[in-house]
Design a protein around this ligand. Sequence first.
Ligand SMILES: [Zn+2]
Length: 211
Amino acid sequence: MPFPQHLVEGYSAFRSGRLQSEQDRYRELAETGQSPDVMVVGCCDSRVSPEVVFNARPGELFVVRNVANLIPPYAPDGGAHGVSAAIEFGVAALKVKHIVVLGHAHCGGVKAYAEDAEPLSPGDFIGKWMSLMAPAMEKVGPRGNLSPADYLVRLEQANVANSLDNLLTFPRLRKLIERGSVAIHGAYFGVATGQLSVLDRETGEFRPVAK
Ligand SMILES: [Zn+2]
């Protein structure tokens, strides 16, 4: 199978459009290196691209994406931890000032976990990965009278809060947060509405950033 034609066409449009206006910035960033202030931990979901949602220019966001925007707890166990490595690099090398965990509506990973979906493969990487969500699910409690859709929103938002809690398990990062050198934020993107909400950690509620 050849390289997808729509990607070639997309690149051509980028080259004649955005690259023209950003060329100087790309050159400068190539010389000076990147120094983004903000790190975003987002979901792999093709509808929730942080650079698109935040209208970001090259060099502005340091992004790591994984299924369901999860952050595993600090585990210096010799394993290969991709998300933890990215957090370490963002904090220690790039010295980002903000870490934003960006959750979203209609998250397939959260839905599969909530519905106890069958493993996709004998390896079942997703099942194991999504089990990081267990504390969030416990906090939300049983579905009770909530509609399935409302229950999923609760879970998606609790999952963002749980990822923030896990950030605090990284000792070096925790110190920086306590000192006020790094701030952590939870955000939630409504795919259908395009609405961005930000977590108020005092009340535990997500509030829209713009009406
Ligand atoms: Zn998702």
